[in-house]
Design a protein around this ligand. Sequence first.
Ligand code: GTQ
Ligand code: FE2
Length: 348
Amino acid sequence: MGETANMAAAAARRSLKEDLARFNCRVHQPDDPPLFTREPRSAMQSVHWRWRDLQPLLERLGAEIELGSGGQRRTLRLANPGLPFGTTHTFWASIQVILPGEIAGAHRHTANAFRFIMQGGGATTTVDGERYAMNEGDLVLTPGMMWHDHQYEGDAPMIWLDVLDISLMRSMHATFFEPGAAELQPVAAIPDRSRRQYGSGVMRPPGAPRTQDNPLLVYPRATALAALQEAAGLEPDPFDDVVLEYQNPVNGGPAMRTMGMRLQMLRPGVHGKARRHTGSKLYYVVRGQGTTIVEGETFEWAPGDFIAIAPWAWHEHLNRSGEEAVLFQVNDFPAMQALGYYREETLA
Ligand code: GTQ
Ligand code: FE2
């Protein structure tokens, strides 16, 4: 084609585009970006947050940020530098700081949330009237639209990891939030009801629950660690060494609808196989030291560190130390699986 013919063709394409746009329509033209990529491409970055950097920031937050009323929270958010919002494209992870005598007032929202207690103990959280103690290593769930407030009477600041599927909720345009009528909810006469009913993991009151929704709201540290010790007697997992998922005791599925939580032990000398998958995840180092290699980048982690893994990024874990390492993990696999978008690949 000559120069004039080229210009005429470009003008015709532009004219077609403009005519279609007037009616809120489009057609794919050769100079448009493709609809699909061969494999996932994510702006999310794999990131390592170090406890030695986070700790002074948490102290500053405690000293400089007032905790307001109306359901406010004081949190240090782990912000992904590749994204405008979120720790990953599906969830926000934050470290919540609560000081002696404080109340984080009642509210509810569509986002699903949970807390994994990082340091300290003695706070309580009330979820739809059910009150739970929060102590180091415990996992407490706040499923979507359940009322929740936190109260702390201890004598030193306490911190926990909060994870909410806020980025997913926002991308689904499904944000609802309501402040509570009062700062604290009325508390039911029987404490820890769901743990008394379902918390042993092996026994429960007879009779079928009415729904498949997870009735269990708390997973105490001692229960989770005992299960992990038992699992250490199984054949090792080729990727994760010893790994267990926090389960919905009614159907054996993940504890939350959108987010999966796991506890993992990497024993000294272990070198897990590499894997990549759709969906994102975040590790919190509960104890020990180790290495995670993500797309050729080496993250040397220590207690209190966080590591986010981007979608479809190759990653593998090593423990070159002489002691066991324990990682807590949150992922978005339940949401991905519900939508049929979960895929993974491993090296042969
Ligand atoms: O504790 O209810 O980190 O609503 C973000 C939003 C914690 C909470 C967060 C929340 C909460
Ligand atoms: Fe909340």
